[in-house]
Design a binder for this molecule. Sequence first.
Ligand code: NAD
Length: 507
Amino acid sequence: MPVNGVPHDTIVAIVGAGAMGVGIAQVAATAGHLVYVFDISAEAIQAGDKRLQGALSVAVEKGKLSKPERLEVLSRVIFTHEIEDLKPAKLIIEAIAENLDAKRALFQRLDELADRETILATNTSSISISEIAAGSKHPERVVGMHFFNPAQAMKLVEVVSGLATSSAVASSVFKFAEQWRKKPVLVRSVPGFIVNRVARPFYAEAFRMLEEGVTSPVLIDHVLKCCAGFRMGPFELTDLIGHDVNAAVSASVFDRYHHEVRFLPSIIQEEYVAIGRLGRKSGIGVYNYTNGVPAPAEPEHKRPKRTLHIRASDKMGPAHDLLAEIANVGVSVEIDPAMAHGVLNCDDVEIALTDGRLATERSNHSGKSVVLYDLALNYKTSPVIALAPGDQASDGDIDIAVSLFQIIGKDVFIIDDYPGMIVMRIMVMLANVAADAVRDCVAIPSEIDNAMRYGANYPIGPLEWGDLVGVSRVFETLCNLTQTIGEPRYGPSQYIRRRACAGRPLQ
Ligand code: NAD
């Protein structure tokens, strides 16, 4: 029976019985298709078959499949050494090694073998779909179908169109992915597609913080998890992915964009790779795993309770909830519309949301001691806050800022005076690179956000978060970062500039 316009009894074929090929086979067979899996290596077939059985047993343990359903799914997957067996398939998904020549040669062979209407998809994560399609006599039927690892668990599928891909082919593949309970997004073939392009600042800015000694890696991870809702911090994540793999993606995106400074790879990460500090798999990466996982960061010691006299701007922007939190603990706040946006005055110390300028610089302008606080996705629920005092702030001034946030129950961490701090800097750069992807017509804004949520497990899409923070604030912060750091890497995307000028959201 056709489901969503896709005939359910369509035979699907997978080429490559590696990690991805077998995961995709599991997805398609679970959705009801008969699936052929072909590999040139007999050992790979044997290992793939075993992995599939194991993965389906895990699905039974998790209650996702019954035991009889597991057997049914297994009976629908046929591993083969004969490429000719793939002939009846209406959709063939290639998941062989990431090598253009090998993929092109395979597509030439599939061209001879498959019916004219058969769709030829590739799971490549970094090669241009147009270049792979050039290996086929019918490039209009070649499309990217980029699953994420593990394919059976990750929701996103980037449906990638090369220059010649027909829209009918892209929309058929999109429907297959929907039918397989995935979240497909339509993407134009550009280096890194959406996820591997837009995610770059999450790693690059964090490594830069490490290189510049802003604070410890464990604190950067901790702040990004607690204040921004990421499941893993950038260092935990790259240690898990492997620095060799992560650095190779960064280098490939940087090269393919002709050394665009936005994508500048990290020198320290390249050094890790050079000396074999690859992450968990080598026992040491950013963290050393010989004695288990790294200890969490220690917050500032508790300051004695004190009476604070607080005045606040009536325009707190994304930090608006802070005022409610302060009121909740019975501390009164005098609202002063004359004060700059996002600023609290606490016993004459200026406590302000970071905007890309240094606290030290802001202190010079205001003539007051300035302590900056970082962005949080939700100031009510975030258990943590990072503060960056200007060089003029005395220990007493810092105590006042720490006390304020401890009174409302936050674990407080002090970091160096750093432009944009941790969360704001990463968030505005993610929004900036996502906005460049909108400008370059890689995908529509909602698809870019969906890709980051379902392919990288982000708590919220970067464009949607930009809207929550406020487009003009994001724009201003990027302008300030550009000026403070003096590098074009932070220059606001033309798309953000336009939206800020027009007073319109990014989404
Ligand atoms: P893998 O090395 O685990 O498996 C590749 C398999 O392809 C091997 O079993 C190999 O024997 C087989 N193979 C090689 N050449 C072949 C050919 N000409 N014909 C038939 N079989 C052949 O690789 P993987 O991690 O599964 O990656 C496969 C593809 O998916 C790559 O293009 C990769 O970039 C992409 N991808 C990988 C990930 C990931 O995290 N591993 C995620 C998304 C996309």
